[in-house]
Design a protein. Structure first.
Lengths: 192, 192
């Protein structure tokens, strides 16, 4: 299981053999049943997760209405950085949409990762840069894109999730009611 | 001038004497007259700046209406990371509101900074984390806070800019017409 994470890290930086054992000691396996929360509203996000299997959903509860920002699936890191980095309460919620297996690392252990590995800081910088850009693009899309464009982006970014998660969550991501999503889907299908 | 930048870097990490000369060689002084652009719409952001003197404004042009995201002033870094990190065209515009003096570093020279300094990667990670959190908070505020709250946050975050920049730009940041800003200001003053 740790091999999948190590493979992901080695896409960005070189890792020495003895460092692999250190990494294996910092990350721990955690299982979430469908419906379990990785992060609840108002809790502080204390871990970064790496998804081995399953899908997690990011959303906020806006006066009773759930608004979906995004999803994390196999080989994605999962974290609310707005809460994790300053260790402040989260407005965002992260919930398992399927039974999930994650490798998680705590805040202090992640600092050990950064300082103890030769390329730890470099890996941290590269990942946070990637997550930063993806988060900015996601937020700007969330607030400014039309539902039609949101749907097209969803299909492009998460093609395998189309069949994997309930339509209700896709509609929430797109920003429409489920019945409107059906119309958007059929328009997009007829165009192909 | 480089001493101000070095002081800022040394708040986060230790810098060796010989590394200071390297840093001085990577950053270059650049002056912007009031009205000049640090970054134009559709251009790729190729530099990170560090403000020695003056104020810069971040905004987007939304169908002819300028929407102001934030400001950078003395000892702030200035950059549109959504454009700089992936080296893609910018939607955001960054413009000098006063005559400004910046120290700027190009994309490739910044990579040299990261790899050549003992703590270069660490500094890069720490700064990008801080900028990430500030950017997320700013974006969420931009899209969800009331004008009243935006004004209160402006006063708290940029107290010296209240007298320094035209009301027009403060109104644009708050998200109201200048005449509405006057009403918000007087309500906030009368509460004190």
């Amino acid at each position: 299981m740790i091999e999948i994470l190590l493979g992901e890290i080695e896409k960005a930086v070189h890792v020495e053999q003895h460092e692999k054992e250190l990494i294996a000691g910092l990350f721990h396996e955690k299982k979430y049943s469908k419906g379990d929360y990785f992060l609840k509203e108002s809790d502080v996000c204390r871990h970064v997760g790496f998804v081995i299997s399953g899908v997690m959903r990011y959303y906020i509860n806006d006066d009773g209405e759930e608004k979906t920002y995004g999803f994390a699936k196999e080989s994605d890191f999962v974290c609310n950085n707005e809460s994790f980095l300053p260790q402040q309460p989260s407005r965002q919620i992260i919930q398992a949409l399927e039974d999930c297996t994650l490798l998680i690392v705590g805040y202090n252990d992640l600092q050990t990762f950064y300082t103890s590995l030769k390329n730890g800081e470099r890996f941290g910088r590269i990942v946070i840069e990637q997550v930063f850009v993806k988060t900015l693009q996601g937020l700007n899309s969330f607030y400014t894109d039309s539902p039609e464009l949101r749907y097209q982006k969803f299909v492009k970014e998460y093609p395998d999730l189309l069949q994997r998660i309930p339509q209700y969550y896709i509609a929430s991501y797109v920003g429409v009611k489920p019945q409107s999503l059906s119309r958007i889907r059929s328009r997009n299908t007829s165009r192909k």
